[in-house]
Structures are given as structure tokens and as C-alpha cells.
Design a protein around this ligand. Structure first.
Ligand code: ATP
Ligand code: MG
Length: 332
């Protein structure tokens, strides 16, 4: 039997290059080898203060399109909507009995998000609880491997603790201990030099951006702030233009990139020339993704079918897991 993967996205915005190197790429690579479930975590999106019902509905569809356009095959992969699998809420309620209040607040990613998203004290109980819901997302299908960006490692640790607690309590092996699989670039820098390209930070290049949008975003990118003239020696390390070149160029272009790096460090090439090249590289990378997207966009009934069938299938698996948990825990 194939091992199971559970992974997914919050429909709070369209997916971008960071999502690609952090997780989408691994999804595509592993889709034949594993039985794969991909969640569109719409309930989880409610923890984002700016997410209105209309936006969540719209982005749920956009995020499905993003996943399909990078080459995930709906014949291999089960896509489901979180709110369509209410067993997740029931499992999360049970799990929450075994997570101390302190432990929930000690989660480093929760702490980071409170500060990076400037939430102050305006975050909900659901926000602090979301790693517990995420554990239920993963464990309702007994997911063993979870391809994610590095910010999710802390949540996976919490999910493993929960799985262990329930297994110990029931003296059983109901749950696997899910492992994170971090992408080739665990946290891709934003176009503004912020360490994380993020949906809410306006520092993104979206997988669905047009050629012109990509050119514009690249031309406005942050580079080496100390460099004023093209003849000034430039810095490569931490310069997002070169990080993106390294991350998205084809193997055959590596020689040319090394040449640009050398000239940049010596002050023999201007930012504009390197940026023009980067825009070309990114557009070459995005072209096949754009083509697949166009195909799916013209078939809304196919998208509906993928979601309806995937959610029904996941609900069945989750209800079997929940029955097992209830029975082992004496919840009649
Ligand atoms: P939000 O701020 O709403 O949480 P997000 O950009 O973190 O948005 P998610 O839907 O939470 O997006 O994340 C989906 C997946 O993409 C996760 O596995 C996450 O770790 C990964 N990811 C998100 N941003 C990046 C990035 N800049 N680099 C690498 N991986 C990323
Ligand atoms: Mg996130």
C-alpha cells in the first residue's frame, strides 16, 4: 500500500513562487509515489482578520487552479475543502483536550505570525488553536508525510505530540507520527528583501502573474541597497535577484548566472540588465504553468467535480478515523 501525504494551503490569496519551492514542487514530484490528499483550508482562513467570506470562496478556487497548473494530476491527487469534512472539527475538539494552554502559546510559528502580521492582541482563540486543527487535517487521513515550507515545522512537531498522546492514552497505534518534508528553498525571500515572500506582504510574484506583471515586479525589486552605480561592486548574498535566478533558472543557464554574479561583484554589470534577464528566466519558468491554468480555467465544471468528489472521498476516510478514535477513547 502507498504511504499517505497530506498537505495544502490556506485560501487567503493566490499562490506564489515561495509556495512553489517550499511545497508545490515536492507535491508534483511525489504524486505518483504516494497517495496524496491536498486540503484547501477554508476554515483555517477565518483566522486571517482580512479574509471575508467572498474572498475565501474566490481564493479556494484560485488555489485549486494554482495546484493544478503546476502539474498536479487530479487523477492522482485528492483535493478537498476543509469545511466539507466536519470530522476534522470533532477530532480537533478531542485533540485540544491534550494540549496545554501554555504549549499552544509557546508554538514559535504562532509567536512569529503574531509579530510579523502585527496582530497585537487582536488574534482569536482559533488562531492560537490552528496548529491543533492542522493536526486534525493531517491525522484525519493518517497522513505520514507533509511537504511544507520551513514555517510549518513547529506545527508538525505539535501534530506529532498529539498523535503520540492519543496513541499512548488509548494504548493503540491509531495515528502515525507525521514528518515534515521541507522544500528545496524552505523560505523564499520576498521581492522587497523581507525574509518571507508572503501573501499578505505585497512582496510576491504570483504563479498566475502575466508576463508584463512579472517584468514590472522584477524591475521594482530590492537588490543591494549599498550599490548606487553599476560600477559599484555588488553583493550576491541575500540579494533576492540572485536567489530567484538560482531557484528558477534551468540547469543550462547556470553558467550564464555564474558569469552575471562575477560581473556583479566586480561592478561590471548594472541592476537593470540582470533584472531583465531574471524576468526572462521567470517567464520561461511560468509559461507552462500559465498554459495549464488556461486549460483548467475554461472548464469550471471539471473544477467543481474535483472538489465535490475529493471532499466526499476524504470525508469517508475521516469518518472511519473518527469512529476508531471514538471507540478507542470510550466516547460512545
Ligand atoms: P498565510 O499568511 O495566510 O499563512 P502563507 O503564504 O504562509 O499564507 P500558506 O497557505 O499558509 O501560505 O502556506 C502554504 C504552504 O506554502 C506552507 O507549506 C508554507 O510553509 C509554504 N510557504 C508559504 N510561503 C512560503 C515561502 N515564502 N517560502 C517557502 N514556502 C512557503
Ligand atoms: Mg501560512
Amino acid at each position: 500500500m502507498k504511504k499517505r501525504i497530506l498537505t495544502g494551503d490556506t485560501p487567503t490569496g493566490k499562490l506564489h513562487l515561495g509556495h512553489y519551492v517550499g511545497t508545490l514542487e515536492n507535491r508534483v514530484k511525489l504524486q505518483d509515489q504516494y497517495e496524496m490528499f491536498i486540503i484547501l483550508a477554508d476554515t483555517h482562513a477565518l483566522t486571517t482578520l482580512s479574509a471575508t467570506p467572498e474572498l475565501i470562496k474566490n481564493y479556494t478556487r484560485e488555489v485549486l487552479l494554482d495546484n493544478l497548473s503546476v502539474g498536479l494530476d487530479p487523477k492522482n491527487v485528492t483535493f478537498f475543502i476543509e469545511s466539507g469534512v466536519s470530522e476534522i472539527y470533532e477530532l480537533a475538539a478531542i485533540f485540544s483536550m491534550y494540549v496545554s494552554h501554555n504549549r499552544a502559546l509557546r508554538n514559535p510559528t504562532i509567536k512569529d505570525e503574531i509579530s510579523s502580521k502585527s496582530l497585537g492582541d487582536q488574534f482569536s482563540l482559533g488562531f492560537v488553536n490552528y496548529p491543533i486543527y492542522q493536526a486534525a487535517d493531517i491525522l484525519c487521513v493518517k497522513g505520514q508525510l507533509v511537504p511544507v515550507g520551513v514555517d510549518q515545522e513547529a506545527h508538525l512537531e505539535q501534530a506529532r505530540e498529539i498523535a503520540r498522546a492519543i496513541n499512548k492514552l488509548t494504548n493503540s497505534n491509531i495515528f502515525p507520527e507525521p514528518e515534515a518534508l521541507i522544500g528545496r528553498v524552505g523560505k523564499l525571500v520576498g521581492t522587497d528583501g523581507n525574509p518571507k515572500m508572503g501573501k499578505s506582504l505585497n512582496n510576491t510574484i504570483y504563479l498566475s502573474d502575466s508576463t508584463e506583471e512579472v517584468e514590472k515586479r522584477v524591475m521594482n525589486m530590492f537588490t543591494d541597497p549599498k550599490r548606487i552605480h553599476p560600477t559599484d561592486p555588488g553583493t550576491i548574498a541575500g540579494n533576492p535577484v540572485f536567489t530567484y535566478l538560482d531557484s528558477f533558472a534551468k540547469e543550462k543557464d547556470k553558467g550564464k548566472i555564474d558569469e552575471y554574479k562575477d560581473r556583479y561583484e566586480k561592478g561590471e554589470v548594472g541592476d537593470v540588465e540582470v533584472k531583465k534577464y531574471l524576468a526572462q528566466v521567470l517567464n520561461n519558468f511560468l509559461n507552462p504553468i500559465r498554459e495549464r491554468r488556461l486549460e483548467y480555467e475554461s472548464q469550471p465544471e471539471v473544477l467543481d467535480k474535483i472538489l465535490v468528489e475529493g471532499t466526499a472521498k476524504t470525508k469517508k476516510v475521516a469518518s472511519e478515523t473518527l469512529s476508531e478514535v471514538r471507540s478507542e477513547m470510550g466516547l460512545i
